[in-house]
Design a protein around this ligand. Sequence first.
Ligand SMILES: O=P(O)(O)OC[C@H]1O[C@H](O[C@H]2O[C@H](CO)[C@@H](O)[C@H](O)[C@H]2O)[C@H](O)[C@@H](O)[C@@H]1O
Length: 397
Amino acid sequence: KNMGAGQNVFNDGKAVLNMSITVTVSAQKPPAPHGYISISRKKLLQNLEINTGARVNAWVDSMRASSPTHIKSTPSLSDDQGSWNLHHPSALEMFEQIIEASKGKQIAMFLDYDGTLSPIVEDPDRAFMSKKVGYLFIWNCVWVVSINSFQLVTFQVCVNQMRKTVRKLAKCFPTAIVSGRCRDKVYKFVKLAELYYAGSHGMDIKGPEKRSKSTKDNESVLFQPASEFLPMIDEVYKQLVETTKSTPGAKVENNKFCLSVHFRCVDEKKWSELAQQVRSVLKEYPKLRLTQGRKVLEIRPTIKWDKGKALEFLLESLGFANCTDVFPVYIGDDRTDEDAFKILRDRGQGFGILVSKFPKETSASYSLQEPDEVMDFLRRLVEWKQLSVQARAQSRM
Ligand SMILES: O=P(O)(O)OC[C@H]1O[C@H](O[C@H]2O[C@H](CO)[C@@H](O)[C@H](O)[C@H]2O)[C@H](O)[C@@H](O)[C@@H]1O
């Protein structure tokens, strides 16, 4: 059986078999044709089993390594908090220097969602924007006839401070949300029509809604590089739901052009079983690959597209292609955000801010500890921009 060139038996970036192999199954072993390796089917299957076991173990190691409790117990990283902070100082503490670096340039903001604008929670469907909620107390006197007295009534108006801040931010700078989630879902959490959205790890990009009376269609989809994968993703979603249902706590999320298999609520003893289940489905789909986020296995098309490419595409769409006077700031907490941090580092433009309480390998320049700090940083940017606009207006008078 000719397995064909470039067939990835295991499709997680490091292909186990990624070369042209001719497997000959016959009683008498014919000589291998020139340029081909001839190995027995039995031997091949044995190799595959060994590799499958090793690969699943590698997955589980990686699942452990990305877990904060394990990071804390990794001496090379935990002992090094001080030196990590030196290399990735707080963006809040470095605010003045950041502003200085952006002088004369147009700031453009790129924000990841989970773990950046919303705190990480167990249930992905309840990852609402920052919990910090403002209460507006209105004291009011109400004449209650029945008890013939005045009563003091309190009204509480909840204002989502993060949404309010991002709305203001978008008034000051072009702003995009870049998320692993399906675009519609992230929009339901953020609920701001004035932003750019790049869902499914950047594979579904849409510009701000245009309010046009002439057309009912106010959607402005800009780019969907993986649309041909939709049927495959749906098929794999169904299979993963079925295959993983025996693992308590596992949750499969359909993110339209990619899938997430959550293991946050899976007992660590069952991680290997879950990895095995995911692998058993994925091995039939060499055109899909696996990446990892925070307690989540992410499955996506093998196309060369990621959050970094989405960032470049958005910069172009915003009219900043080949511009030297743009200053992109990307804030994110996850491994998938590293692609965007790296692009900024390589271009030598703007910078990345990693949201993390723990030292991590990163191409980001600065750090913030949690979504509340992200909100403080965004607020300071808004205040600075408003003050500089005011100052400019006054100087013209
Ligand atoms: O790129 P992002 O916006 O950061 O999306 C990455 C994944 O985020 C979500 O999962 C993460 O957040 C969940 C809610 O806090 C948490 O339960 C989970 O453990 C995290 O991995 C989202 O549900 C995934 O689909 C995204 O891929």
